[in-house]
Write a protein that binds this ligand. Structure first.
Ligand code: ATP
Length: 217
């Protein structure tokens, strides 16, 4: 489905988000106060505009409240980030996602009802550390309240662990999907013998997933 997004601030983070949204087939309006940043990405984005996003009139006139989502990617200038978020929420915009730099910035943004607060450096740092510690872990998603979905590449060691189904049950972990080559194997997986190279998706509470990881890795 083609959605309509606006990205405010076309620095390295904002422009990466904007270009990826374009690659995913969406419409993207890019806004930056500096003409150089707008000119740099004008050809790749659906529409781009030199404007000050702290100006409530600009937000109104652009009809940003009708957009599916807005990313405020102004980092260093906290005042501009806060004022833009305030203007967007006052205008009735839904799904305002804002890049935060400090904990104080985060607290102010959450008071302003930002719909999602992003800490790119922190989030990527955590991912890199996790991937280095568990090279078998391909990806993970936090579901909130300590629940995670984790994608794992099965190696020889995991494949040799024949009691994985019992260990999962013991640790209250669900094996939700098994991909072998290009196909997804149909459940149930209770009797399935895992093979090196399989990709499996597990769901469970973080503490249980860590206990299970110690048993299988
Ligand atoms: P990044 O870390 O993503 O590279 P940056 O260091 O280039 O960001 P930031 O200060 O974080 O720059 O701001 C990102 C962009 O936001 C800049 O291109 C800047 O011109 C733009 N910007 C700053 N204030 C406003 C504003 N009031 N309205 C629109 N754009 C703004």
């Amino acid at each position: 489905m083609k959605l309509k997004f606006a990205v405010i601030g076309l620095g390295s983070f904002g422009s990466t988000v904007a270009l990826e949204l374009i690659r995913l087939g969406h419409e993207v309006l890019g806004i930056d106060i500096r003409d150089a940043m707008v000119n740099k990405h004008a050809e790749q984005l659906t529409q781009s505009l030199i404007a000050d996003a702290t100006d409530e009139k600009v937000i109104e006139e652009l009809g940003l409240k009708h957009y599916d989502g807005i990313v405020v990617a102004i980092g260093e200038n906290l005042e501009a980030s806060i004022l833009s978020t305030m203007a967007l929420k006052n205008a009735g915009c839904a799904q305002v996602w804002v890049k935060a730099i400090t904990d104080t910035h985060h607290r102010i943004l959450s008071r302003l009802q930002a719909d999602r607060i992003i800490h790119p450096e922190h989030e990527i740092g955590v991912r890199v550390a996790q991937s280095l510690t568990h090279p078998q872990m391909l990806d993970y998603i936090s579901l909130g309240n300590g629940w995670f979905v984790v994608e794992i590449q099965v190696n020889e060691r995991i494949a040799a662990h024949r009691n994985y189904a019992q260990d999962m049950q013991f640790n209250d972990i669900q094996l939700t999907l098994v991909k072998r080559g290009r196909s997804v194997l149909p459940p149930p997986y209770r009797e399935l013998v895992l093979q090196p190279g399989d990709q499996i998706v597990l769901a469970g509470e973080l503490d249980n997933l860590l206990k299970f990881a110690k048993q299988i890795f």
